[in-house]
Design a protein around this ligand. Structure first.
Ligand code: AMP
Ligand code: MG
Length: 343
């Protein structure tokens, strides 16, 4: 398939919208990561998104809308808390999981009776949804398992020849995917952390929110014995959900966690040792509290190191006491297959 390369000009957005209306697939920029969009109400188009990504069909998609009132096409009731979150955070990187209307196809929601909805802030995304005149279901525009695309060239690397068109816009402002919060239970529950933190959500609704167990479970698994040091790098995850390859670079990857100075030293030591045996080593090390920059750069750095053909990536852990740090660590741990060394 020949993939059309488009810009964010009015004419090109119109072309892309026509493709969506006719059941085709278009990758487009958002402020989080690039999305791979299809008409959310077109089951066949949505099925093709799964095919293009090589994604398991039980993993539901986020439905993107262009104005808050369009959530009415997807759900019957907005609770006061949902309204509060919409008022505070839309447009922006917060996805709300709500009860779905029967009209929303099962394919879009992976067979669930809930639907994930977001109003993005990126102008190109809003223009595309408006021109298409339908909500757009869109997962990230990468091959399933590889790092999310935050730049047009990343989308081209994964999706050229597999989809109808790619809108090439700016690099994504945020760089990690949206916060996903499930609003269907008694307590709002964060299913995926992002730059809109649990504290910010709590402040908006005046009520405690919780993290889904799978998120906290994952960090428990990596509480390794500090005395064990790098020997624990062979650590294997215990829970099956953590086995999925996600955001994985082609290189092997190891996270080094601990006191800042020691982390730097250990990364240098491991780099030297691995280079001595002929391996090409890349390092990802952000400033200690530069959480927003880390979110912005993390996936791009993974992809750049892969392009350079490194064998091993050594990454310095960020503090997960900070909400954004926690969100970046969620991706870093998955990328490294939960391999972590404490120093
Ligand atoms: P991605 O499409 O790659 O941005 O991923 C979308 C994320 O939203 C995935 O982690 C999905 O599991 C999650 N998601 C989408 N719809 C739902 C839903 N109805 N209930 C729970 N999680 C959802
Ligand atoms: Mg994704």
């Amino acid at each position: 398939m020949k993939t059309l390369h488009l810009t964010t000009s009015k004419e090109d957005i119109e072309k892309a919208a026509k493709i969506i209306r006719e059941g085709g697939l278009v990758a487009f920029p958002t402020e989080t990561v690039y999305g791979l969009g299809a008409n959310a109400f077109d089951e066949e188009a949505v099925a093709n998104v799964y095919k293009a990504k090589g994604r398991p069909s039980d993993n539901p998609m986020i439905v993107h809308i262009a104005r808050a009132s369009d959530i009415g096409q997807l759900t019957r009731m907005l609770s006061p808390e949902i309204v509060e979150l919409i008022d505070n955070f839309w447009p922006g990187p917060l996805t709300l999981v709500v009860k779905k209307k029967p009209e929303v196809p099962d394919r879009t929601t992976g067979g669930l009776d809930t639907v994930a909805v977001r109003l993005p802030e990126s102008q190109a995304a809003i223009d595309l949804i408006n021109a298409a005149c339908c909500p757009i279901a869109a997962p990230s525009a990468n091959l399933s398992g590889s790092p999310s695309p935050t730049r047009a060239k990343d989308v081209i690397a994964d999706m050229d020849g597999r989809i109808d068109a790619i809108i090439q816009g700016d690099d994504c402002r945020v760089g990690i995917e949206s916060t996903v919060v499930d609003m269907t239970g008694d307590v709002p529950t964060i299913l995926r952390p992002g730059i809109i933190t649990a504290e910010a959500i709590e402040a908006a609704i005046g009520k405690e929110v919780k993290y889904d167990e799978s998120l906290t479970e994952a960090s428990k698994h990596v509480q390794l014995d500090p005395a064990a040091g790098v020997a624990e790098a062979d650590f294997q995850p215990k829970s099956p959900g953590m086995k999925y390859k996600h955001y994985a670079p082609k290189a092997d990857m190891l996270i080094v966690e601990g006191n800042r100075e020691k982390v730097k030293q250990e990364i240098e030591r491991l780099k030297g040792m691995n280079e001595q045996i002929g391996n090409k080593v890349g390092v990802i090390l952000f400033e200690e509290r530069a959480f927003i920059e880390a979110a912005h750069d993390f996936f791009a750095q993974l992809r750049d190191l892969d392009s350079e053909g490194v064998d091993l990536i050594l990454a310095g852990a960020l503090s997960d006491k900070d909400g954004v740090g926690f969100a970046v660590m969620n991706r870093m741990l998955k990328s490294a297959g939960y391999k972590i060394a404490r120093v």
